[in-house]
Design a protein around this ligand. Structure first.
Ligand SMILES: *Cc1c(COP(=O)(O)O)cnc(C)c1O
Ligand code: SF4
Length: 367
């Protein structure tokens, strides 16, 4: 069994350059990377492609300086044109409201910087730790709680993961590693395979969990190479995707999810409760049923993390509780997600459904 030092030296001898010059990527790999390269990256183009008035960029453009527009073509195809209120568009459309500062909305709402135990490793809960496998995403969600996270300081390649892998190896209380980010599926198959192999060698680990929005926004990422990697390991692989509205789960995204489910992986969905996107019982019920149709288990419905620039997306907790009560009436128990909030410093995600848990830091609203 290799020790931390052996892994570290194996890691540092890999010396993979960022662009893999001369390496042969298969067509599929080229296809999704091209999908990422050709994603829409500016507001005027986004408006023009959706046949929306260019004046909608006025003021909103300022919000893109720190957090640019990013929308892949596949996701764009699922947005209704000429519809400023479209719930898919709302998730990616910069708004002047992002420039308004609101009390309680901060840059690190979930205490990530305090939970960092090695470069790229966040250890908050017992038995599981989160590895920021890559800082980038294939889409920029305007409500993102990590929109101010200093990703540039985190590792993203094999020779930089050494300290995090050593920390995981040295802590045998860990049974599960979450690959997150950013988005871990931004990694090439080759780097992902490297991570999978390194983790599988750590004897106390049992599971790898991937938290990714790519199956939703860039479904071409689910290449046969990726499917091979996901099945190549002794570890149980759990895939947690992130969709907030039923219409995201259509077209090539539905086909990609079916492929994941059919391969035998456990596939879960987490959603964020968002004003203007899914803040109605109908929208939430349809999202849950659509997940179940595809074999995807609704996992969490997150109360919005109070990140600076996202206050216009917040739905008060009492409304969320009303939605949950009604979802329980309408849906089979297995289709109802857990309504939770991430309390900074908490030992797990905090259940919000019962009024016994009333996080004082959260806006409750008045019923
Ligand atoms: C949310 C989160 C987890 C996973 O929590 P589960 O309740 O197991 O889904 C693990 N680590 C960190 C740092 C998290 O933020
Ligand atoms: S994909 Fe996830 S991490 Fe990336 S911007 Fe969206 S919510 Fe944030």
């Amino acid at each position: 069994m290799p020790g931390a030092r052996e892994i570290l030296s194996a890691v540092s001898s890999l010396k993979v350059s960022p662009e893999f010059p001369g390496s042969k990527r298969d067509d599929e790999e080229r296809r999704w990377q091209n999908g990422l390269a050709t994603a829409i990256r500016d507001l005027p183009t986004l408006l023009q492609r959706l046949e929306l008035p260019s004046e909608m960029a006025l003021g909103a453009d300022a919000a893109t300086v720190d957090f640019p527009v990013l929308v892949p073509e596949s996701y764009l195809r699922r947005i209704l044109p000429r519809c400023p209120e479209d719930p898919l568009l709302q998730q990616v459309l910069p708004s002047v409201a992002e420039m308004i500062s609101s009390e309680g909305f901060v840059s690190d709402p979930v205490g990530d910087t305090l939970a960092r135990t090695a470069p790229g490793l966040l250890h908050k809960y017992r038995g599981r730790a989160l590895l920021i496998a890559h800082g980038s995403c294939a889409v920029h969600c305007r409500y993102c709680f990590r929109r101010h996270f200093p990703y540039a300081q985190e590792p993203r390649s094999p020779d930089e993961w050494g300290p995090a892998l050593a920390a995981i190896r040295n802590d045998d209380s860990l049974h599960e590693i979450l690959l997150s980010g950013g988005d871990p599926l931004i990694l090439s198959n080759r780097r992902l395979q490297f991570l999978f192999d390194a983790l599988a060698e750590i004897p106390h680990l049992r599971r790898i969990r991937i938290h990714s929005r790519l199956p939703i926004v860039l479904p071409e990422r689910l290449t046969s190479g990726l499917m091979r990697t996901l099945k190549s390991t002794r570890l149980r692989v759990v895939m947690v995707v992130h969709a907030n509205h039923a219409r995201e789960l259509t077209g090539d995204c539905a086909a990609a999810l079916e492929q994941l489910v059919n391969s035998g992986l456990m596939v879960l969905n987490q959603a964020v409760l968002l004003r203007g996107v899914n803040d109605s019982v109908d929208a939430l019920a349809e999202l849950c049923e659509r997940c179940i149709d595809l074999g995807v288990q609704p996992y969490y419905l997150h109360q919005l993390d109070r990140v600076r620039g996202a206050s216009h997306f917040e739905v008060p907790v009492f409304r969320g509780r009303e939605f949950m009560r009604e979802l329980r009436r309408r849906l089979p128990g297995y289709a109802v997600p857990r309504y939770v909030w991430e309390e900074p410093g908490g030992t797990s995600k905090m259940p919000l459904e019962s009024p016994d848990h009333d996080p004082p830091a959260l806006h409750q609203g008045t019923p």
